[in-house]
Design a protein around this ligand. Structure first.
Ligand code: ADE
Length: 253
């Protein structure tokens, strides 16, 4: 059998918080089957002092503590020398990084591996940024207390793109933001019952007319994107003549 399709490491001071996520759901199943090689690196394990401290007060004064270079470099170097190594790029999670999106998720998966360093406290020592990591990633314009939740978001978005991780191999590229969706949001989904508290599933979905169902879904995806995400709508250049016709067919033009 060939090796895992994707290898990733998460460097964190909260290994107990991150580890259960890697075991859960489809991610855990894909790990156990050897498709994914995911692991957590405890930043405190490499701290040399008896208190295993990883942070210190900032030079120049100011509030909060800064993640210190020694334990972080030591943890990264120990991981690099250990089994499986430290897959690169090593990315620091923080609000100042490049914005994470579906295209970056696909890029990381195509590369076969990466590592995520979770920032904490008020910040990380700049020498970690300058001399250890390969880049910085943000999951959005808001500030988390640390990078752990962001790292889990990156792992969820990437691992599910690995062929064989999701139960249904086609669902990953039909959904919102994937290139196959053409930069559109996803159409709405319905399951049974057909009538729930008087709210009906649209007739077209129960018609058995597969071509019409496909056109309705396309029209819904187009209208949602146009109405909710003008940025995505502009980026794709609005609707083509044929798409405009599909919108008109369902009264969404
Ligand atoms: N750490 C703190 N805020 C973050 C953000 N927005 N994205 C990634 N990591 C973070």
């Amino acid at each position: 059998m060939s090796g895992p399709a994707l290898r990733a490491r998460v460097l964190t001071i909260f290994p107990d918080l991150v580890a259960p996520w890697l075991d859960a759901s489809l991610m855990g199943k894909a790990r156990r089957s050897g498709l994914l090689d995911l692991d957590v690196v405890d930043l405190r394990a490499a701290a040399s002092d008896p208190h295993r401290s990883v942070d210190d007060a900032p030079f120049g004064g100011g509030a909060g503590m800064v993640l210190a270079p020694e334990p972080v470099f030591a943890a990264a170097e120990a991981a690099a020398a250990g089994p499986g190594g430290l897959p690169r790029p090593l990315l620091l999670l923080g609000p100042g990084g490049r914005r994470f999106d579906q295209a970056m998720a696909a890029e990381l998966v195509a590369g076969g591996g990466f590592s995520l360093l979770c920032g904490r406290y008020e910040g990380v020592d700049q020498r970690i940024v300058d001399h250890l990591v390969d880049g910085e990633v943000s999951i959005g314009d808001f500030v988390l207390s640390g990078g752990e939740v962001a790292a889990l978001a990156v792992l969820e978005a990437t691992t599910r793109l690995v062929p064989g991780v999701m139960g249904n191999t086609t669902s990953a590229d039909e959904e919102s933001f994937s290139s196959a969706s053409g930069g559109l949001l996803e159409y709405p989904h319905y399951t049974r019952p057909a009538d729930f508290r008087g709210w009906q599933v649209p007739d077209v979905l129960r018609s058995g007319d597969h071509a019409r169902v496909a056109r309705w879904r396309r029209a819904q995806a187009l209208a949602r994107t146009r109405d909710r995400r003008p940025d995505l709508w502009a980026a794709r250049g609005g609707a083509s003549a044929q798409e405009q016709a599909v919108l008109e067919e369902f009264g969404l033009a």
